[in-house]
Design a protein around this ligand. Sequence first.
Ligand code: HEM
Length: 212
Amino acid sequence: METAAVTMEWAMVELLHRPDAMAAATSELDRVVGRGRWVTESDLPDLPYLDAVVKETMRLHPVGPLLIPHQAREDAVVGGYDVPAGARVLVNAWAVGRDPASWPEAPGAFRPGRFFAGGSAEGVGVHGTHFQLLPFGSGRRMCPAHNLVMKEVWRRWRTLCTGSRGGCRTGCTRGHEHGGILRAERKSEGAARCHSRAKAAGALLRRSRLAK
Ligand code: HEM
């Protein structure tokens, strides 16, 4: 699940640079879950801010910026351009996710609130039915693991956010994506200081290790 780990890393980098977003995420957890237990899957509908953080991360930092190369099976016209049968087609999901025509509200900024009711991206999801946000592609060749991945990302959030809160330290940098056609990762390593959030975090960790 390295792809899920890359998404988590980007989410943490963005939150570390946005203390207000980090505070909103942790206070939502405090309100809904408290500090005496881990988040469970049944809490998810009550954690819209964390959900929006994941979406916003996938919008700005899709793990596969050009998806996977496709091939046109028949002649087509897309946006006025002729695409002949057999042509290699690359979908720039990275650029689509930052296109001001689809994302009029500060497209380059990390603003999870845009996905909230009344926000400019209300109702937009990551599962391939909204063409302005395609971290998993769309259609028959879209990532078959999209549901599994979203659960996995959540599982990791659970541990990370319930147990700790982060603070930016020198050297923590957003960096730039690099990588080849298929992957985008951070260019430089960052460093962050984490504090235990839950008084019971240690006990929770011990308990969950015992339960394994
Ligand atoms: C954050 C995690 C992940 C992201 C963002 C992601 C994204 C993608 C994208 C963009 C594609 C290409 C879709 C297209 O070109 O239309 C793809 C294809 C694929 N993904 Fe994922 N993926 C993730 C994790 C996984 C995992 C964990 C698995 C396996 C357990 C997986 C299995 C596949 C397979 C088999 C394909 C090829 C589907 C095909 O060509 O028919 N992905 N994924």
